[in-house]
Design a protein around this ligand. Structure first.
Ligand SMILES: Nc1nc2c(ncn2[C@@H]2O[C@H](COP(=O)(O)OP(=O)(O)OP(=O)(O)O)[C@@H](O)[C@H]2O)c(=O)[nH]1
Ligand SMILES: [Mg+2]
Length: 229
């Protein structure tokens, strides 16, 4: 599926040391969406080779720059290659393709700029209580800083229209890009909706994923970003 025959959807997958998972993820996405770009973010394992073997277009950062930088690279590539819709999708097996289809349908039917995934409107099997608490605090923080009333503010599954993706200017290379995207949705008054999705926490994703202490780093990055804007 690429939404309608004459419209193209690109799936952008940032990946850092996901060599043991990326092949399965790309293969499952390709069953539905033929345009997949994996941005290998300076991995020290065989992420790039595995993604290419699975059939994805692969771009590589020579050094690790962070998820935000990897997304910028992938989004720019997809725009240059004529994407009408752009989806950000994680490489660690936590996201599901059927959720992308639901989100794309909402974006098209309601003529929105952005559809954001929400694990709190969907489900998050295996999520720890500390992650739950942190994400709830992040919701309050986002409400205060952007005025957006959302249920999940650091969900990596998002669908953008071409125009919305072209307006985004991401300067946060690491994980603070999630907040930066929301700030820009608010600033440009983009039309958005949240749709429930499943984010599955597995032993693999927990081992590889974000530490609770990274929240401090996100706040510092956002603060520095404000000072240097
Ligand atoms: N951690 C990390 N992930 C990166 C980086 N560059 C790209 N990624 C990819 O970004 C995606 C999300 O990273 P995660 O660390 O799992 O972040 P998350 O899913 O928001 O957090 P969890 O809920 O803890 O899994 C994965 O597909 C990673 O491979 C990087 O520099 N660091
Ligand atoms: Mg993850």
């Amino acid at each position: 599926m690429s939404t309608t025959p004459d419209r193209t959807c690109w799936i952008v997958i940032p990946a850092y040391n996901e060599g043991s998972m990326i092949r399965t993820v790309v293969q499952s996405v390709l069953q539905t969406f033929p345009h997949v770009v994996v941005v290998d973010d300076g991995s020290t394992d065989d992420t790039a080779q595995q993604a290419a073997a699975a059939g994805a277009t692969v771009l590589q950062h020579l050094i690790n720059l962070g998820q935000g930088a990897a997304l910028q690279t992938g989004l720019r590539y997809a725009l240059q290659h004529g994407a009408d819709y752009l989806v950000t999708f994680d490489a660690d097996g936590q996201h599901r393709c059927e959720d992308v289809e639901k989100m794309l349908a909402v974006l098209c039917e309601q003529q929105l700029d952005v559809v954001l995934g929400s694990r709190f409107l969907g489900e998050a099997p295996g999520m720890s209580w500390s992650r739950w608490l942190l994400l709830r605090l992040a919701v309050v923080f986002t409400r205060l800083t952007t005025g957006l009333s959302l249920t999940d503010v650091h969900n990596g599954l998002r669908v953008f229209s071409r125009d919305a993706a072209r307006r985004l200017r991401l300067r946060q290379n690491r994980m603070a890009h999630g907040s930066e995207i929301l700030e820009q949705i608010a600033r440009y008054q983009m039309k958005y909706a949240e749709v429930g999705n499943t984010i599955e926490y597995t032993d693999y994703s927990r081992l590889k994923g974000q530490k609770t202490s990274n929240a401090i780093r996100i706040l510092i990055d956002l603060f520095i970003g404000k000072l240097t804007r």
